[in-house]
Ligand binder design. Structure first.
Ligand code: NCD
Length: 359
């Protein structure tokens, strides 16, 4: 049962779709590698959210913090970020600190031996010799999967957590988004049955792609994809939603959608992927959330954003209680701590502590 990625060749694995790949990343229903949103089932999501809440509550006291820091003090994480990142990097770094895990980092491949002609695979294999966990962000879609396959097929397998790969996947951002939605709807029957709008660059936004999939795990959720034609959501994701039976609407009229939904997920234009400066020619002004929009937004609705933001949300919106993007950042730290505790099978200890202390 252990480490299923050892039982399959890279060619065979890489030619599978995300759904077929999913079971290869888990061991007995628990994530070993975290590579895609598709590997998470609803029970896994609920367990992670509940564990994140336990960690958050335990961390409130000095005694609780000390208990958390004892969990993974003998483990070391390598943060390998070959793409710009501050919040995801700091979120993982803080999460490691909360659970006592030591960290090392490589943030710029121009300072590594890749400059001497070493292959990126060899570089990560070298890092893995010092680490018990690789947390990585890379511009090449599928690279984290390639590394996970490679690090499964060595004598001391090392788990890989994908902290953003290409335009395709950002599974841990999607987890923190789910945790934020779950907390926002705690008193209104949870995520089931909610209407959620995605706005902005949906074509190249990996956070949207990962989160849209996770929402298929909930009952009766409806998605609205609101973007200029040039930046609309990909057919591949729509195909996955169709297969999962999740209803959605493609819309070009943001103001019509605002009053209808329970959550609005704003995103920035991902122009780092432009080939020919093409996004500068797209008029996105009609897809910005302004102060006036607060008047038509539902009383219990929330506004989210994976950040960094540019002009898509007026800063005047920040002080409205329905703007939850700053809380979303903090939720990331808790859910990432919970995820790493689960990978190293320390979730039981956390649950026991919570029960004993009636948190
Ligand atoms: C996102 C990313 O890197 O994909 N940021 C993040 O992880 N918080 C979104 C973005 O960069 O727009």
């Amino acid at each position: 049962m252990k480490n299923k990625l050892r039982q399959i060749s890279w060619d065979e694995f890489s030619s599978m779709d995300a759904m077929t790949k999913a079971p290869y990343m888990t061991e007995n229903g628990r994530s070993f590698h975290v590579l895609t949103a598709q590997q998470f089932t609803r029970p896994m999501l609920e367990e992670l959210c509940s564990l994140a809440t336990d960690v958050r509550r335990i961390a409130k006291t000095r005694e609780g913090s000390a208990f958390l820091q004892k969990q993974l003090f003998e483990k070391r994480a390598m943060l390998y970020f070959a793409q710009p990142s501050t919040r995801t990097y700091l979120s993982f770094y803080s999460a490691c600190q909360i659970i006592g895990m030591q960290t090392m980092n490589v943030r710029d491949s121009s300072t590594s031996s890749e400059m001497k002609g070493e292959s990126p695979e060899d570089s990560v294999r070298t890092f893995s010799s010092y680490a018990d966990l690789i947390i990585m962000r890379h511009p090449a879609g599928g690279f984290a999967e390639r590394i996970a396959w490679m690090l499964s097929n060595i004598s001391r397998p090392v788990p890989v957590v994908n902290a953003g790969s290409g335009k395709d996947q950002h599974p841990t951002q999607a987890l923190l988004d789910i945790y934020t939605l779950a907390r926002s709807f705690e008193h209104t029957d949870g995520i089931d049955g909610k209407k959620i709008a995605f706005v902005g660059d949906l074509k190249r936004g990996r956070t949207v792609r990962s989160l849209a999939w996770l929402l298929t795990q909930y009952q009766g959720v409806k998605a609205y994809f609101v973007a200029p034609r040039e930046l609309q959501i990909g057919e591949d994701i729509l195909g996955q939603l169709d297969a999962a039976g999740m209803p959605y609407e493609i819309s070009y009229d943001f103001e019509k959608v605002i009053p209808e939904v329970d959550a609005i997920y704003m995103t920035r234009i991902q122009d780092e992927w432009d080939v020919n400066n093409e996004s500068s020619r797209v008029n996105t002004a009609a897809y910005h959330f302004t102060r006036e929009h607060l008047n038509i937004l539902g009383e219990h609705a929330v506004i989210m954003h994976p950040l960094p933001r540019r002009l898509e949300i007026d800063p005047a919106v920040d002080s409205d209680p329905r703007a939850v993007y700053w809380r979303q950042v903090r939720n990331g730290m808790w859910i990432r701590a919970a995820l790493m505790l689960t990978i190293f099978k320390h979730d039981g200890a956390i649950i026991d502590y919570s029960r004993e202390h009636q948190l």
